[in-house]
Design a protein around this ligand. Structure first.
Ligand SMILES: [Zn+2]
Ligand SMILES: [Zn+2]
Length: 144
């Protein structure tokens, strides 16, 4: 898996310090950040970074197909640079942590013709939900 920055460089994306800060924050595995989190992280590198620049850069990266906007019920949109690898999500419904996962049997998943409602299908998104181990530990500690 090539990094987001490498992909952007290869495309000749204009890497201003502001845009580089945004792309750097989003680089990596299992990265799913809200726009607020991207702004906070990128401001550690470029303190004068404006919210508008972060939003514009995120929209541009999504439009380029280099970042996926993940909408998980109950949280703000999260930005995910892991676009090369078809994956699904495992979400903690307590802290909102999101992991990339590759479910077994997903290739055989089918929707019966009479349930397609005339759609031609092009993608399937599966979200697994539960409690992550740190939230489970915290919960156990609170109860103890
Ligand atoms: Zn959690
Ligand atoms: Zn993801």
């Amino acid at each position: 898996v090539t990094s987001l920055l490498d992909r952007l460089r290869a495309q000749g994306w204009r890497l201003t310090p502001q845009r580089r800060a945004v792309a750097t924050i989003l680089d990596g595995e299992h990265v799913h950040l809200t726009a607020e989190q991207v702004l906070a992280g990128a401001r550690r590198v470029v303190p004068e970074l404006s919210q508008a620049t972060v939003y514009n850069t995120l929209n541009e990266l999504v439009a380029m197909g280099e970042v996926n906007e993940v909408r998980v019920k109950g949280t703000a949109s999260q930005y995910d640079p892991n676009v090369g690898d078809r994956h699904h999500h495992l979400v903690c419904h307590s802290c909102g942590m999101v992991y990339d996962v590759h479910p077994v049997g997903i290739d055989d998943l089918a929707l019966a013709r009479d349930e397609r409602h005339g759609f031609s299908l092009d993608e399937v998104e599966v979200t697994f939900r539960g409690i992550c181990s740190s939230c489970a530990e915290r919960g156990a500690a609170t109860r103890a």
